[in-house]
Design a protein. Structure first.
Length: 164
């Protein structure tokens, strides 16, 4: 695959990752804005509970590391063409996605304030480990390229071009 995947394709994957980062931020902020400005007590308390008792620091981490840093890095064309940087950002976003899900669910379970139980870490790691093992097991018997695709030659000839 190292001969097939080019810097242009990494650049396109970086653009896709940037689009998903902006989509996450847009949806999260829109939801916050609609609920907060509506000032409906049943819905506004959901955010009030997550913006106090230590949970506000998790929200700041999410805003900074799940949107701010990846957004600024992915705006740079050079960063999107480097597989190392792109993979670190993608792995970081996956981890922060789990933190986001934790921030959404855990305050309802830990009403006394911010607290991390050992199962909060072990459960996603175990489920992810089972998924990765199943994925790797099934990947052994599959071709990495679509061998019978009539457009395979055209796709493989997709080489690096000038990116403005």
């Amino acid at each position: 695959m190292a001969e097939i995947v080019t810097r242009k394709q990494f650049h396109d994957l970086g653009n896709l990752l940037l689009a998903f980062v902006m989509l996450w931020a847009y949806i999260a902020f829109s939801q916050f804005l609609i609920i907060w400005s509506g000032n409906i007590p049943e819905e506004a308390t959901w955010y009030q509970h997550r913006l106090q008792g230590g949970w506000q620091y998790v929200a700041v981490v999410l805003i900074t590391l799940h949107f701010g840093v990846p957004f600024l890095v992915l705006l740079q064309s050079r960063a999107k063409k480097r597989a190392g940087i792109l993979s670190k950002i993608a792995i970081g976003l996956l981890v922060l996605r789990l933190v986001d899900l934790f921030w959404i669910v855990a305050p309802s379970l830990h009403t006394e304030g911010f607290r991390i139980h050992w199962l909060d870490i072990v459960t996603p790691a175990a489920i992810g480990g089972v998924w990765l093992a199943a994925f790797a097991w099934q990947l052994k018997g599959a071709a990495l390229l679509p061998l019978r695709d009539p457009r395979l030659v055209e796709a493989l000839s997709y080489r690096e071009e000038v990116v403005l």
